[in-house]
Design a protein. Sequence first.
Length: 502
Amino acid sequence: MGTVSLPAEGISPSHPTPRAWPGPGWAVVGLAAVVHLALCWIFRGFLTDDAWISVRYAENLAAGEGFVWNPGGPRVEGFSNPLLVAVEALASWAGWSATGAARVLGVLGGLGCVVLVYVAGRPVVGETAARIASVVTACSAPFALWAVGGLETLLVALAVTAGTLEVARRDGGRVLRAAAAFAVLPWLRPEGLAVAAAVVALGEVPGLFRAATRRRAWRRALLLGGIPLGSQVALEAVRFQVYGHWLPNSVLYKSGAGDGLTVLTKFLDQALVPTVLAAVGALLLTGRSRLLAVPPLVYGLGSVDTLDSANAYSRFFMPVWPLIALLAAVVVGYGVTALRRRSGTVGAAVPVVVAALVMLALPPGDVRSVSAMQERYADCKGGARQSAVDWLLTTPPDTSFAVSDAGLVPARAGRTVVDNFFLNEPLIQETGRIPFRERADLVHERDPDVLVLVSREADRFVGLYPTDQAIRDHPDAGEYRLAHVASGRGASCGYHLMVFQR
C-alpha cells in the first residue's frame, strides 16, 4: 500500500513531528481522561438488563453449579462474552460484585481507548489528529454510558483499536502485539474474528502480489491471521467440550432476525456528524492508514438485519467509536493546521473546542439526553423489575417463573426460570429462533408456577412483546390469576410487569 499523506506533519518515528500545540500532548489526553471519567460518574446509575444475564451465569459458575442458567439444569450458552463471564465468576468467587467487576473493566477499557488513540494514533494520523481523537473519543456520552453498562463493549473497543492501529502503521506495526489484541476478540464477541480477518486481509494481501514484499507479507499474514484464528479454534474446542455446539445462542437468536438497516440508522441518527467527518477522513488518508476504516465498515455490514436489542445509544457500534473518532479527527486536524497558520495556537484550538462541545451538547447523543435516558431506564424498567424481584422473593424457594427480559429478575430472584424467548435454553440449538406462538406453547409446557409478563399498561394487560401477549392469550393461561403488578415509575413509562400466579 502507499504512504500516508497528512497535513504539515510527518508520521515516521524517525522524523519527530513538531509540536502542534504548546505543552505536551499528554496534557490533552489527561484532560480527555478526566472528561471520560466525569461522564462515567454522571451515568453511574445505568446498568443494562442484559448485563445481569452474564452475572447469572457467572454466579452459578462461582457457586459450583457449572455452566448453567438454572442450578441443576442443563448446560447452556446464553451469553456471548465468555472472557467477561469468567472474570465475573472469579470476582464472585472471591466475594466481590460481578457487576462491579464488569463496570470497572468497562471504565478502564474506555480510559485505555482515550489513551491508545493518542499513543498509537500518532504514528498513523499524526500528533494533532491523535490529540483531537483522544478528545472526541472521551466526549462521547454514549461511549461513557456503555463503559458503566456492565457489558464487554468497551473491552472490545480497546482490543479492536489496539490491533487496528498497530497494523495501520506505515511500517506495518509490531505483528505479535497486533495479533495478541485480535486474539482476545473471539472471547469477547462472536464477530471478533471477522473484524480481525478483514483488517489482516486488506492490510497484508496486497503485499503478496509484489515479489519484493511477498515473503514478509506471507510471514505477517500467517502470524496476524493465524494467532487470532488459533484463539478462535481454542474457543470452539472449549465451547464444544462444555456445551456440545459451535455457536452461542445469541448468534442463532439475533442474526438475520432484525429489520434491515434499523441498527445502522439508529447509529447515524445519533452520530451523523462524526460519521460523515470519518468518511471524509478515510478519503483523505492514504496507504495503510486507511485500514482504520475497515472495522467500522465491517460493523456497518454486520448491522444489516441484526436484531436491535440491548442497543440503547448504539451499543452495537461503540466498539469502533475510537476509530471513527480518529478518522474524524483527521478532518478536524486539517482545520486546526490551517487556523494555526493564520491565527496561531489559540485560534487553532477553536475547532477542537467546537468538536468537543458538539459531542457533548448536540442531541440526541448529548450528555443531557443520555442522562435523561439513563434516569428513565432506572425509574421505569429498573423500577418495575426490582418490584417483581421483591414480590418473587416472598414466594417459596422452589417456585418457578417465566419471564421475557431475562436479566435482573432471574439474577436476583433466586428461583428456577423459564426464558420466554428461549435465548437461555439449549433447545434453541436444535430449533433456531422460535416463532412467538410456538414459544407460548413451550412456556406453558414447562408449567411454571408464575408468569411474569411485560405490559404496556398498568391497569390492563397489553403485551409489549408478541411472545408475552401469546402466553397470556394461550388457553392454559386461564389457570393463572393476577397476583401483582410491578409498575415502572415515571409519567411516560409504558413498561409494567404483570405477575400471574397459579
